[in-house]
Design a protein around this ligand. Structure first.
Ligand code: IMP
Ligand code: MG
Length: 176
């Protein structure tokens, strides 16, 4: 494994413990419902896999893929796929790695609402509450984190570090 400078912000043990707690909560809240998890690729691949296995009721699983592009006006995120399951009348839970400004989550929730599910809620592993420009709050959040760029457990910097089992703050030396 490559050397990551600085210590983990959230260790693998802390992540897995919190993911189990979220899974328990979701299990209680969705008992008897027709739950479908929608994981957002690529960032939420690890979280979706672990969370889904911490949920003790039958749940469907699907994915939406997003890409982020640097542009002169800043970053812009696009949704580049559609759900494959029929979401009409189901209880959809959007599973995201991180919510920062909230722009991406709002766009994803609007897209999912267009499929006429019975309910749509939103679960994010990490919540950068200080970055919000849109009035949106996850229904389930793993950890509140400071307004710093983080990597690991699905989150990347220039397509690297997604496979780290912990979350760390991106260090200038890690960037190099
Ligand atoms: P938002 O639209 O500003 O809420 O940003 C959400 C998206 O930006 C996430 O889905 C991530 O892809 C990306 N992002 C935001 N903060 C970070 C970070 O600290 N590390 C890696 N990706 C991030
Ligand atoms: Mg993402």
């Amino acid at each position: 494994m490559e050397k990551i400078f600085g210590k983990p912000l959230i260790t693998q043990e802390e992540i897995l413990h919190r993911v189990r707690e979220l899974g328990l909560q979701i299990t209680q809240d969705y008992m008897g419902k027709n739950l479908i998890l929608i994981g957002i690729l690529k960032g939420a691949f690890a979280f979706t896999a672990d969370l889904s296995r911490s949920i003790g009721i039958p749940a469907g699983i699907d994915f939406l893929m997003t890409t982020t592009r640097e542009s002169p006006g800043g970053e812009s995120t696009k949704i580049i796929s559609d759900p494959t399951l029929n979401l009409t009348g189901t209880d959809v839970l959007l599973v995201e790695d991180i919510v920062d400004s909230g722009v991406t989550a709002r766009m994803l929730l609007e897209k999912l609402a267009a499929h006429r599910p019975k309910s749509v809620r939103f679960c994010a592993l990490l919540d950068k509450t200080g970055g919000r420009t849109v009035d949106i709050r996850p229904d389930y959040a793993g950890f509140s984190i400071p307004n710093k760029f983080v990597i690991g457990y699905g989150l990347d910097y220039k397509n690297k570090y997604r496979t780290l089992p912990f979350i760390a703050v991106l260090d200038d030396r890690t960037k190099a």
